[in-house]
Design a protein around this ligand. Structure first.
Ligand code: URA
Length: 259
């Protein structure tokens, strides 16, 4: 029975190793990109022995024990924030080919957006960072045509109605004027699809160019488009969920209702 305990469904194994969501892993298996002990496997029910089997995705080892990697990439325009593309377009993984571990982006930037993108193989941290409940601040600089008024900036801050509902409180500032265009800095805590473009369009300013400059305390620093660096251990620690210590309440006369 010990052997039975080591068995795990292939899609679960891949997801736990941080490859992608379980559903996406099923697609990768069905597409014939996963091999177990040298044999391509496309059957979704396949089980693997987590201690003895060798699992490869696109020829790269996928291991539950693999070292965790955290990269900060300056994504250029013209790259997809995905691990592959059936139309053959470039993806952000093309920029980090030297890293042996299988990485994937934390959230996404549009094809036509540049800027700060994290890549990792740490599935738990990814789930934490992209969950709206955790309200990680993301700052964008948007070039828009025309100059938003103070009133319009306030609307961006207090919430605008998009087709998928009101946006949460945000911060909006004018950074500078560039001829007829203006650079707007917007900090949001959500990650809806094309959110910044849609928010600015909703107040009347279509975005001409968009760059993410910050996630939490991380900035692009001196990186140029296409360059990346590993996060420092301190930066990784700062991204981790903070375990809230329970306040231990000491009993007082007030607690006992004797006031
Ligand atoms: N908001 C957008 O509109 N696009 C992005 O790429 C990121 C946030």
């Amino acid at each position: 029975m010990a052997e039975e305990n080591n068995l795990m469904r292939l899609q679960k194994y891949l997801a736990l190793a941080g490859v992608a969501s379980r559903r996406r892993c099923e697609e990768l298996i069905a597409a014939g990109r996963v091999a177990v002990n040298g044999m391509a496997v496309t059957a979704l029910g396949t089980k693997v022995d987590v201690q003895n089997d060798e699992v490869l995705l696109d020829g790269k080892l996928v291991s539950l024990q693999q070292e965790k990697r955290y990269l900060l990439l300056y994504k250029p325009i013209g790259y997809l924030s995905s691990v592959s593309d059936d139309r053959g377009r470039k993806t952000v993984l093309d920029l980090v080919r030297d890293v042996p571990e299988r990485l994937y982006p934390v959230g996404r930037l549009d094809y036509d957006t540049e800027g700060l993108l994290l890549l990792t193989n740490d599935g738990e941290l990814t789930n934490f960072l992209i969950h709206p409940r955790h309200e990680i601040a993301k700052t964008y600089e948007a070039t828009v045509k025309g100059k938003p008024t103070a009133e319009e900036l306030k609307r961006l801050e207090s919430g605008v109605l998009l087709e998928d509902g009101m946006t949460a409180p945000a911060k909006a500032r004018l950074v500078r004027t560039m001829g007829k265009n203006v650079l707007v800095r917007l900090t949001i805590h959500e990650g809806r699809n094309r959110q910044v473009r849609r928010m600015l369009a909703a107040v009347g300013y279509p975005v001409l160019a968009l760059k993410r400059t910050q996630i939490g305390g991380l900035t692009l620093g001196d990186l140029q488009a296409g360059q990346w660096r590993f996060l420092t251990p301190q930066e990784v620690a700062a991204l981790q969920p903070k375990v809230k210590k329970k306040k231990i309440q000491t009993k007082t006369e007030t607690d006992n209702g004797e006031n």
